[in-house]
Design a protein around this ligand. Structure first.
Ligand code: BJW
Ligand code: ZN
Length: 238
């Protein structure tokens, strides 16, 4: 039996599926992943830009990166991976889709994803904490300011910052309650998101990984499907 057939059997038998997605799921929409080829922007690594320290030191530089990414995403469309997951959710309402992505493409495909790392499309004032939607592309002037005079930042989770409590709670509940987990397009390097699949696997729950390559967690997963999420997920989920 091929890995794909085995995984399709797991999906057919599962009653509560949890899905964790990462940047690889949006790669086929033309959005660069963080690590690996194309993950660099002007020779900076994401770890050098996605931090509160980087924002304090040079808010304009950090905003130029986010403004560039907002432009890419605004011109992008959900791909067959997002669409297959949205169909799964519609067919099986017990499915919980958790994403590390901040691009909103799951939502654009019709999903109600739990956004663990926030959203590119909300701004938060670093001064007064006011949060609001903003889809302006390009955003000018950079960095944008709040009426209170404080700097606005993207409402995303940077390294060293806590994940939003409600979303993390829902993701942990899903990892504890699921009887199948699908992990797609994530390197599994960033915590605490990466630990969700390990937690499910430790309970004996089968984990199906969809990725172009091996990841540090691969060895503990029941089925490993190598290839593009936009090709594999539609075959896996029907
Ligand atoms: C395809 C494909 C195709 C490509 N088809 N596949 C425990 C141990 C060690 C460290 C820590 C720990 N706990 C916490 C930490 C520190 C840190 C961390 O994890 N560091 C590690 C790097 C070592 N974590 C944090 O700081 C987190 N905060 C925290 O824990 O706070 C604690 C706290 C509590 C209370 C008070 C205060 C603090 C926060 C992490 C935030 C991460 N933020 C970012 C940026 C978000 C905003 C933005 O987008 O700009 O999130 S970093 C970046 O990485 C982004 C992503 O969501 C995240 C994960 O990346 P992802 O999605 O996996 O992408 P890639 O590029 O890594 O991988 C793509 C994969 O796709 C690859 O495998 C490809 O092969 C594959 N692929 N094309 C299928 N077509
Ligand atoms: Zn403010």
């Amino acid at each position: 039996m091929s890995g794909l057939e085995e995984a399709r059997g797991l999906v057919a038998r599962a009653e509560r599926i949890a899905v964790l997605t990462g940047a690889g799921v949006s790669a086929e929409s033309g959005i660069p992943t963080f690590r690996g080829p194309g993950g660099l922007w002007r020779n900076f690594r994401p770890e050098e830009l996605a931090t509160p320290e980087a924002f304090r030191a040079d808010p304009r530089l950090v905003w130029e990166w986010y403004d560039w990414r907002r432009g890419l995403v605004a011109a992008a469309r959900p791909n067959p991976a997002h669409e297959a997951l949205a169909r799964l959710e519609a067919r099986r309402p017990s499915t919980v889709l958790v994403t590390q992505n901040v691009d909103g493409l799951h939502e654009a495909a019709g999903s109600r994803a739990v956004e663990l790392h926030g959203s590119l499309w909300r701004l938060r004032c670093a001064g007064c904490g006011d949060v609001g939607p903003d889809r302006t592309v390009p955003l000018r002037p950079l960095p944008p300011r709040c009426a209170c005079g404080g700097l606005r930042r993207p409402d995303v989770v940077w390294f060293g910052e806590a994940l939003p409590e409600a979303e993390l709670g829902r993701a942990l509940d899903a990892a504890r309650a699921c009887d199948l987990m699908i992990v797609a397009g994530t390197s599994g390097l960033v915590q605490p998101a990466a630990s969700l699949a390990g937690a499910a696997a430790a309970r004996g729950v089968p984990v199906v990984e969809v990725n172009l390559e091996e990841t540090p967690g691969s060895a503990g997963f029941a089925v490993r499907l190598r290839g593009r999420a936009g090709e594999i997920l539609p075959q896996l989920l029907g």
